[in-house]
Design a protein around this ligand. Structure first.
Ligand SMILES: Cc1cc2nc3c(=O)[nH]c(=O)nc-3n(C[C@H](O)[C@H](O)[C@H](O)COP(=O)(O)O)c2cc1C
Length: 387
């Protein structure tokens, strides 16, 4: 039995989510799965996507459909980018490498988070994926520029600046369940780990056996601490004074493609375009940051109309089915980012688990396109809203 066939009972992203729930300590599962404050927005994202109906064209020969997409000048077999997710390396040992390997197998980009446990250098060496690099701006901009040099040297050609995390989000469940960075030892945390021995065996024992205790791999060496300890310096705390001046600086310094992630206003999309940004991600950060934020589906059509001829537009937040990818594309996105779905997959079974999730989403997208009579992504149409 191949490792991949071990997941034949996982038939959709929700199945992978339940498998992840069983495997991960509760504190860690909630960190990847839940939203913020009253968690209104996480349900709203689902409802907003469900409210978008697509319009089938009938009697079209769909013996051959293509999900090929050109994303930032490169051809990919799917219109998907694996989103940056902090601490994926706690979900599975070397979780970021596992995600990047799954992305490479599907021929799609993997976006490395600033807050990755595995360094971009190791991911590049071991996964062979097309790597993007996501940036959170540190208080000390000089150190941030050093990090950019590292990302470029490691082969990342696309830089994604996350613009929607101006302050730290309010996630009360993390306080209740005791999960947080730095990791804190407590009886509750110890019991949580003890109740999830498969996770403890793959992540904790592996870390102990290899001596690779989890740490934020992109912190400068002199500030790098184990996740169990407080950060050693304020220089690498996330800056709260990030403005369009930083985009100007990044545009001057970054030789590759520049993407701004977390846009929800037409004006901001226009300003990004006037700063020479190559693409934006219309996103509410998977409902993890601002519970009363609008959703990407609310604004995507207007943003596409305003700047779609000048920049590429990506969207994320809430993709759980291939049909959700089709919905975002019908509203004007060229591609989507996927956060939790592939994290559930990697939690369930490393690279093979993440690959299973990508295969399922790809198959669902093809089925949706066949039913819609859409031979290529550009033919997917939204149904006319009822009068
Ligand atoms: C556990 C977790 C960690 C995340 N960490 C980051 C991050 O470090 N940087 C970032 O730009 N976005 C981060 N995100 C947001 C994702 O990039 C993406 O916008 C979001 O997950 C999309 O929604 P979805 O999970 O419903 O697909 C994170 C999301 C999750 C679930």
């Amino acid at each position: 039995m191949t490792a991949r066939s071990a997941f034949t009972r996982i038939l959709n992203v929700e199945d992978a989510r339940q498998a992840a729930r069983r495997r991960l300590p509760r504190g860690l599962f909630e960190y990847i799965d839940r939203g913020c404050e009253d968690e209104v927005s996480i349900l709203a994202n689902r409802r907003r996507l469900d409210a978008i109906a697509l319009s089938p064209a009938v009697l079209v020969d769909v013996a051959r459909t293509s999900t090929e997409a050109e994303l930032l000048g490169k051809q990919h077999p799917l219109p998907i980018v694996v989103a940056p997710t902090a601490v994926a390396g706690l979900v599975w040992h070397d979780g970021e490498i596992a995600l990047a390997q799954a992305a490479a197998r599907s021929g799609i980009p993997f976006c490395v988070s600033t807050q990755s446990i595995t360094s971009i250098e190791r991911i590049a060496a071991e996964a062979g994926a097309d790597l993007w690099f996501q940036l959170y701006i540190w208080k000390n901009r000089r150190r941030m520029l050093d990090l950019l040099d590292r990302a470029w040297a490691a082969g990342a050609e696309t830089l994604v600046l996350t613009a929607d995390t101006a302050v730290g989000p309010n996630r009360e469940y993390n306080l209740r369940n005791g999960f947080g960075i730095p990791l804190k030892l407590s009886w509750r945390a110890a019991l949580d780990v003890a109740l999830h021995p498969r996770w403890a065996a793959t992540v904790m024992l592996h870390a102990l056996a290899t001596g690779q205790v989890p740490t934020y791999a992109h912190y400068p060496a002199e500030f790098r601490t184990r996740l169990g300890r407080e950060a050693l310096s304020d220089e690498i705390s996330l800056a709260k004074d990030v403005t369009w001046d930083d985009i100007r600086l990044l545009r001057q310094r970054w030789p590759g493609k520049l993407v701004v992630k977390g846009i929800l206003r037409v004006e901001d999309a226009l300003t990004a375009s006037s700063h020479g940004v190559d693409a934006i991600v219309v996103s509410n950060h998977g409902a993890r940051n601002l519970d009363c934020a609008s959703g990407p589906t609310d604004v995507l059509p207007r943003i596409t109309e305003a700047v779609g001829d000048r920049m590429e537009i990506f969207a994320d937040s809430g993709v759980r089915r291939g049909a959700d990818i089709a919905r975002f594309l019908a509203l004007g996105a060229r591609g989507v980012m996927i956060g939790r779905a592939t994290l559930y997959g990697v939690a369930m079974g490393g690279s093979e688990g993440a690959a299973r999730v990508l295969d399922l989403l790809s198959a669902e997208l093809r089925t949706t396109m066949g039913m819609l009579g859409a031979r290529e992504l550009g033919s997917i149409r939204r149904a006319e809203p009822s009068p």
